[in-house]
Design a protein around this ligand. Structure first.
Ligand SMILES: C[S@@+](CC[C@H](N)C(=O)[O-])C[C@H]1O[C@@H](n2cnc3c(N)ncnc32)[C@H](O)[C@@H]1O
Length: 294
C-alpha cells in the first residue's frame, strides 16, 4: 500500500505500453498542475476531474520496464488535488485495481467509480454535475471541470463529447486516434451500416471528405481535413476558440517509438481563452525539453 501512488511496481496489475505513452502523460500532467494551481483558490463549487478511459492507474514501458503513473493517478497526486474525481473503465478489473491504489489517497472518499461503456455513463456524470451546479450557494461559482478522453482507438463517440459540453466550464483533452482512422477509413467507407467512424464523428459527413480526397478534389492530407472537421464540430458545441489558424502546433502528434508512425494527436478544447493559454504553454516543448516540431 505504501507505494500505490508512486511510479513503481506495487504488485497490482498494470497496463503495458510503448515508450510513447510518456509523452501523452507529460502533457497531461503539466496541464493538470497548471489548471489546479491556478484554479484552486477561486470559489468554484467543485473542481472535477473526469477520466472516461481510466485504465488501472499505472503503466509499465515494455522496452524498459519503467513504471509510470497513469492519468487517474497523475490527477490524484497533483500538488493541489481536485475536489472530486470520476473514473470510468469498461474493464472491471481495471477499476478494481484502480480502487485499491486510490485507497491510499487522502482524496479516496471523493472518487466516483463507474464500470462499463463511458459513452453510456457520461450522461450520469454530467447530470450529477449539472444538478450540483444548479443548487445555489451564496458566493460560490458553478463547477469547473477537466475531462481526459483517452481511448485505445475510436471508442470515444461524438455523443459523449457533446454530452460533456452540456456543462458550462468543461475543458477537454482528447486522444484523437489518427492510427485508428487510417486502419478503418476504407472499410467503414465501404459499409452502408453505421460504423465506428460514423459514431466517432457523430455523422456521415466524413465520408464526403474522404471521397473528395480519394478523387483528388483536394490536395490537403486526409487527416488534416478530418481533424479540421472534428474541431469545427467542437466549435459548434461552444468551444469557440478551438479553430484557430495558428493552432496546429498545439495538437501534439504522438508517434510509435520505433517506426515513428503517427498514432494519435492530443486535441484540446476549452470555452475560455485561459485554457488555451495553458495548453499552448504546456505543449510548447516536448517531453525531452525540445521545442516541439509541428
Ligand atoms: C489508453 S487506455 C487508458 C490509459 C490511461 N488513460 C492511462 O493514462 O493509464 C484505454 C482504456 O479504455 C478502456 N476502454 C476501452 N473502451 C472503453 C469504453 N467504451 N468505455 C470505457 N472504457 C473503455 C480500456 O479498458 C483501457 O483501460
Amino acid at each position: 500500500m505504501k507505494n500505490y501512488l508512486i511510479p513503481e511496481d506495487d504488485g497490482l496489475s498494470t497496463r503495458t505500453s510503448g515508450k510513447w505513452v510518456t509523452e501523452k502523460l507529460y502533457y497531461l500532467k503539466r496541464y493538470i498542475d497548471m489548471f489546479e494551481t491556478s484554479m484552486r483558490n477561486k470559489p468554484w463549487r467543485r473542481r472535477n476531474y473526469i477520466d472516461l478511459f481510466s485504465g488501472p492507474g499505472k503503466c509499465v514501458i515494455n522496452q524498459t520496464s519503467e513504471f509510470y503513473l497513469g492519468s487517474p493517478l497523475l490527477a490524484l497526486t497533483t500538488e493541489h488535488p481536485f475536489t472530486d474525481y470520476y473514473f470510468v473503465d469498461a474493464d472491471p478489473n481495471n477499476i478494481e485495481v484502480l480502487k485499491e491504489r486510490c485507497s491510499a489517497s487522502q482524496s479516496a472518499a471523493r472518487i466516483h467509480y463507474l464500470v462499463g461503456d463511458s459513452n453510456t455513463h457520461v450522461q450520469t456524470i454530467v447530470n450529477q454535475i449539472i444538478q450540483i451546479d444548479r443548487s445555489f450557494i451564496k458566493g460560490k461559482w458553478p463547477s469547473i471541470n477537466l475531462a481526459f478522453l483517452d481511448p485505445e482507438g475510436l471508442e470515444l463517440e461524438w455523443n459523449t463529447v457533446a454530452t460533456l459540453a452540456q456543462v458550462g466550464r468543461m475543458d477537454l483533452i482528447i486522444h484523437y486516434s489518427q492510427n485508428g482512422l487510417t486502419r478503418n477509413l476504407e472499410i467503414c467507407y465501404n459499409s452502408d451500416d453505421e460504423t465506428i467512424i460514423d459514431r466517432f464523428f457523430g455523422d456521415r459527413e466524413w465520408r464526403k471528405i474522404y471521397q473528395d480526397w480519394q478523387n483528388k478534389k483536394t490536395r490537403v492530407g486526409i487527416h488534416r481535413q478530418l481533424i479540421d472537421y472534428y474541431k469545427a464540430k467542437l466549435q459548434g458545441l461552444g468551444y469557440v476558440e478551438v479553430l484557430r489558424d495558428d493552432e496546429t502546433g498545439a495538437e501534439p502528434l504522438i508517434r510509435n517509438s520505433r517506426r515513428k508512425a503517427p498514432l494519435y494527436r492530443l486535441l484540446f478544447a476549452s470555452k475560455h481563452e485561459l485554457g488555451h493559454d495553458f495548453w499552448r504553454s504546456v505543449t510548447r516543448k516536448d517531453v525531452y525539453g525540445q521545442r516541439r516540431l509541428l
